[in-house]
Design a protein around this ligand. Structure first.
Ligand SMILES: [Zn+2]
Length: 367
């Protein structure tokens, strides 16, 4: 018989395959990597009757299941889903390789004082308190179990304070989104009546190489009897996982909303006079129904003092507050061309600086 039938079948199969590929690409367009800390030969913190690695894995898998069930467009990837050892850089690498949109590392805390309790969420940054530094030091010590850790981590000694200097000069362009997720997670914990130790910053190696917003959650203290019992129990683990997955939902909603906004800054009203050298008052007067551009240089979860090192000599006076973050800006002009020049100059100091547009004092968009 004719040979054309097989071609038709192949054509149909290819067509079906292409269509299903498209569907899956559209269906699962957000990827979250869930990273249960420690595992295998690395138990993490050890309590009186449990190990951190087990609690982390149990809660992480529950978080993943809840997220998958609630979001058809989200793909969940685990850095481990069994009791095995995975290096810190390898965890970040898994997230990068999967082009993840979000990275959530799950851990359990430990301190000598057994009365200390509560949940806290970290974003990557320089630890400002010894307490936060201690958490990073304990978590980073996991690399000591990796082969060739000296080469792999370029001589980073997790137990030496001096090593942490690298986190001081590090640019973290996802700081805002990371803090925003961290705040959501803390709110989630509060809704499940966990003691709230807040959003913190410290130098965690596992977050350092991730190229997406990332947080490290400390569920509670394994060294506190009451919290250990809670984190070991199915009810406790379910609640902690719900707290995190609900927070993820809040974060994702905001992410989707933002994606609805066109990416490019609106063109300036035709040929407004450049405002460089024009006094603030003039610009403010011109600001009515006119787009005013500024360059955002950094965001901080606390107000920075004048001359703060983070500002690199830029003014501490020029900022706006959004969702609990102080967002520092430089320059103020109604000219889209001018603001691009300003951004160009600012990028020598803040390479991720971007333009923000305001109308009538309200932020309208950013590029
Ligand atoms: Zn840990």
């Amino acid at each position: 018989m004719s040979k054309k039938y097989p071609y038709i079948y192949i054509f149909a199969a290819v067509l079906l395959f292409t269509v299903s590929m498209n569907i899956s690409a559209n269906d699962r367009d957000f990827i979250v990597v869930i990273d249960p800390g420690h595992g295998g030969s690395d138990p993490g913190a050890v309590g009186s009757s449990s190990k951190e690695k087990g609690i982390n894995l149990a809660v992480a898998l529950k978080v993943g299941n809840l997220i998958s069930a609630a979001h058809k467009d989200v793909k969940v990837v685990y850095t481990r889903n069994t009791d095995k050892f995975v290096g810190l850089d390898d965890r970040a690498e898994i997230a990068n390789r999967n082009k993840a949109d979000l990275f959530i590392s799950i851990h359990t805390n430990a301190v000598r004082n057994t009365s200390v309790k509560g949940a806290e969420t970290f974003t990557l940054g320089l630890a400002r308190t010894d307490e936060n530094l201690q958490v990073a030091m304990r978590e980073n010590a996991a690399i000591l179990l990796e082969d060739d850790y000296m080469q792999k981590y370029e001589g980073f000694d997790p137990k030496s304070t001096e090593s942490y200097i690298i986190f001081e000069f590090m640019q973290n362009k996802h700081v805002e989104q990371s803090i925003s997720l961290a705040s959501e997670i803390q709110k989630g914990f509060v809704s499940y009546k966990r003691a709230d130790r807040g959003v913190r910053q410290a130098g965690f190696l596992v977050l350092r190489k991730t190229s997406m917003p990332s947080v490290l959650v400390e569920l509670g203290f394994i060294t506190n009897r009451e919290e250990e019992r809670y984190m070991k129990s199915a009810e406790g683990q379910n609640n902690l996982a719900r707290a995190i997955s609900n927070s993820f939902t809040g974060y994702k909603r905001e992410y989707d909303r933002k994606r609805g906004v066109p990416a490019d800054a609106a063109p300036a009203p035709a040929d407004k006079k450049p405002a460089t050298g024009v006094s603030d008052a003039t610009v403010r007067e011109a600001a009515k129904d006119v787009t005013v551009y500024k360059v955002q240089i950094l965001a901080s979860n606390r107000k920075l003092a004048r001359g703060a090192r983070e500002l690199k000599g830029y003014s501490s006076e020029s900022y706006y507050v959004e969702k609990g973050l102080y967002k520092y800006t430089h320059g103020e002009t109604t000219s889209a061309t001018e603001i691009r020049k300003i951004r160009q100059a600012v990028r020598k100091n803040f390479k991720d600086a971007f333009i923000v547009a305001f109308r009538n004092g309200e932020k309208v968009k950013q590029d």
